[in-house]
Design a protein around this ligand. Structure first.
Ligand code: IVH
Length: 707
């Protein structure tokens, strides 16, 4: 399309009013071109023309810094030439699955479902069973039956827009067929590559000197994440539909029924799905699939069980990032034998000394492994693993490979038991043994006492700070942190936000360095700017306080809502100490136990931390935690359940209350709004009566929440 080029007034000649008008025009125009480029895949101008607009905007801003708009294009991340995909927010989060590794865990899943739903052992609970495809999950949005958008899972909340690439996959229809297609249907499933196609692709890649992939999963991922969709089109990608996101109407009221509807609409579904009536039937399916695994023609890493009735799925809901109504039953880990060359001690974010096995590279389940974890010093001693040993390595799914045991019969002469260091190998501070409360950590850890003076700890904290679930700064990954840390450019979180200003004043600016184009440096600064405002949950998580993972950070953010409220509560708990009212207030929050409160107290008792936080907050605004916008008669109320409930189980009652926006507390205080007392309620009921807190029967509670 030919467009007339307007001649623009020189920037030197602009008055302040003209400059403001010009910045408004540029902001609108650039936003429109971003939209065309990113969302519609239909740019109207060339990259060079786009860059020219952006440069003009920058130049006007440089002359009139006071006029920089809140929505200035220079605050936005990602220019058309940037080597990334646009982001897509998932309207319904894309979650992952909990795992079961043996028969007991599967039986426990089935029992848990019944317990949660308050069903007896005789009530039927049908469960679908299907292979767990080892590919990558994708969400494909159809509107009025037409394919409009496809996104990767990303962090579950936000993925990458891979629409153009997914459109090239032949098995995925551009238009759904049949009757009663919902106006909005977000189909979720797995993109994968079959064994034969994988072998042929690798042979062709090797012949042409291209990249050879380690396994079909990597080949599928590499093929999908191509900036040029014509490359994706040439790759033999396939798809199975097995789940959904937003759906304006449900085509059925069971898992199986919905998947059958997918098939009628022309989507590929796995033919092996089966309905099971009991844990025994589920396990029989698992064994059958395990036997057929090698002949299926595609990689699977287990089977997935899902409660069939969708009303049950709704009631069961989610814990953290996984549904309570589904579980993955994983195949046992694959093992291989290799030689242990060395044991390296790594120092983590919290000072934990972790022994890492350096191995002679070996292929385990299709992936080359050269590092494995040895957990902690007790584990090495218990298994008597020595440098030079021949060892069994195992790998299951995405978990870090582990050393199972040493083959003592192959032990060379002259080896000695491994002596675990008593000092931090990085900063030389004493490393003390302590109990490790992290679930699954195996009880003991040796920890460097150097705190922030230990460069390893400081660096790891920074890596955590910028990681995906924390500040998630694009272009500032582990490698860059490593580099900037070594050079002294970024030593503390606040330094990230002063980097651009320091760089401008520097005689050796980043843009002039090898490996850093002007564009990539500019993109980095824009990405940093984009994070000058951050939500409370991410901010708390980013601080890297011990035992405060993603879920705990969310629980804290939900309870305090604003940074100021969180900060004063944590400071008060630190000031007044264990047993004080301030300490107990934090301890009372649902999901928060003493381990976490103690860690918060430790964090706030350390002057270095307070100083680093104050410096950081000079550059960063923490936005209040947005509660999911539910509004019910109990939103914002604090409730306590006590005694035996008749209608629903305790966990379901709690989950339901939380879904409706109530805060469920473990003990009664003057801040409690309602105590729901079932049969045989004890001291909590007496307490409530003493404090004059309103007490409800279970039926009264149910009537209240129904509104
Ligand atoms: S159901 C909310 N079914 O496994 C639950 N997932 O480990 C949605 N996967 O992220 C997932 N085969 O990428 C489901 N038949 C199957 C699957 C499957 C493979 C993947 C999926 C998920 C991951 C979790």
């Amino acid at each position: 399309m030919a467009r007339k080029k307007r001649s623009l007034p020189p920037i030197d000649a602009l008055s302040a009013d003209e400059a403001a008008a010009e910045l408004a025009r540029l902001a609108a125009e650039l936003a429109r071109h971003d939209q065309l480029y990113y969302q519609s895949d239909a740019p109207e101008i060339s990259d060079a023309e786009y860059d020219e607009l952006r440069r003009r905007n920058d130049a006007v801003e440089a002359r009139f810094p006071d006029l920089v708009r809140a929505d200035s294009p220079s605050h936005r991340v990602g220019a058309p030439a940037s080597e990334t995909f646009a982001k897509v927010r998932h309207r319904v989060p894309m979650l992952s699955l909990g795992n079961a590794f043996d028969d007991e865990e599967v039986a426990e899943f089935a029992a848990r479902v019944r317990r949660f739903l308050s069903l007896t052992a005789d009530d039927p609970v049908a469960v679908t069973a299907e292979p767990k495809i080892d590919g990558l999950s994708i969400s494909i949005r159809y509107e009025k039956g037409h394919f409009v958008e496809a996104a990767t899972r990303g962090d579950g909340a936000e993925g990458e827009n891979v629409t153009a690439n997914v459109k090239t996959i032949r098995e995925i229809p551009a238009k759904l067929k049949g009757a009663k297609i919902p106006p909005v249907a977000e189909i979720r499933g797995e993109i994968y590559m079959g064994h034969a196609d994988f072998a042929a692709l690798n042979a062709a890649q090797a012949a042409s000197g291209g990249k050879v992939f380690a396994n079909p999963r990597n080949a599928a991922a590499g093929s999908l994440r191509q900036l040029d969709p014509t490359i994706t089109a040439a790759r033999p990608l396939r798809f199975f539909a097995y789940a959904w996101g937003e759906m304006s109407d449900m085509p059925a009221d069971t898992q199986q029924g919905v998947v059958e509807a997918f098939a009628r609409w022309g989507l590929p579904v796995n033919p092996l799905m089966r309905l099971c009536a009991s844990a025994d039937e589920m396990l029989a399916f698992y064994r059958e699939i395990a036997e057929r695994r090698a002949s299926l023609g595609y990689d699977i890493d287990g089977v997935v069980y899902k409660v069939n009735r969708l009303d049950y799925q709704d009631r069961l809901g989610f814990v953290s990032r996984s549904p309570r109504w589904a579980i993955a039953h994983k195949f046992p880990a694959e093992q291989a034998v290799t030689v242990l060359r060395d044991i390296e001690i790594q120092v983590g974010r919290t000072g934990a000394l972790t022994p890492v096995a350096k191995l002679v590279p070996v292929t385990v389940g299709g992936v080359v492994v050269s590092n494995a974890t040895l957990h902690n010093e007790d584990e090495i001693a218990r298994k008597d693993i020595r440098i030079g040993d021949t060892v069994v390595v195992q790998r299951a799914g995405d978990v870090i490979p582990q050393i199972v045991r040493a083959l003592v019969e192959k032990r060379p002469a002259g080896t000695k038991p491994f002596v675990f260091p008593k000092k931090c190998p990085v900063c030389g501070s004493p490393a003390v043994r302590e109990a490790d409360e992290t679930p699954g950590a195996g009880g003991v850890v040796r920890r460097c006492t150097g705190g922030l003076i230990c460069p390893a700890q400081a660096k790891e904290r920074l890596k955590h700070f910028v990681s995906r679930l924390a500040f998630d700064i694009e272009g500032l990954g582990e490698e860059k942190i490593e580099l900037f840390f070594e050079e002294g450019l970024i030593r503390r979180p606040a330094d990230i936000f002063t980097l651009e200003a320091r760089d401008k004043a520097s005689t050796a600016p980043l843009a002039e360095r090898k490996g850093f184009g002007a564009k990539s440096v500019q993109n980095l600064f824009r990405a940093i700017d984009a994070r000058r405002t951050i939500s409370l949950d991410r901010f708390i998580f980013a601080l890297g306080i011990r035992y405060v993972g993603e879920t705990t950070a969310k629980d804290l953010a939900k309870a305090f809502r604003t940074w100021d409220a969180f900060r004063s509560a944590a400071e008060a708990a630190a000031r007044e100490g264990k047993g004080s009212a301030a300490y107990n207030d934090v301890d009372d929050i649902e999901g928060i136990g003493e381990t976490v409160v103690d860690a918060l107290v430790d964090f706030y008792s350390e002057p270095h931390n307070i100083e680093a936080l104050d410096d950081l907050l000079a550059h960063v605004t923490v936005s209040p935690y947005e509660r999911t916008t539910v509004s019910s008669p109990v939103t914002g109320k604090t409730v306590v359940f006590t005694g035996k409930l008749e209608r629903v189980g305790r966990s379901e009652a709690k989950a339901q209350a939380e879904r409706l926006g109530a805060k469920v507390a473990g003990s009664v205080s003057a801040k409690t709004d309602y105590v729901i007392a079932g049969a045989d309620a004890g001291s909590k009921l007496t307490n409530a009566q003493k404090l004059g807190v309103k007490v409800l029967t279970e039926d009264e509670w149910l009537a209240l929440i129904k509104g």
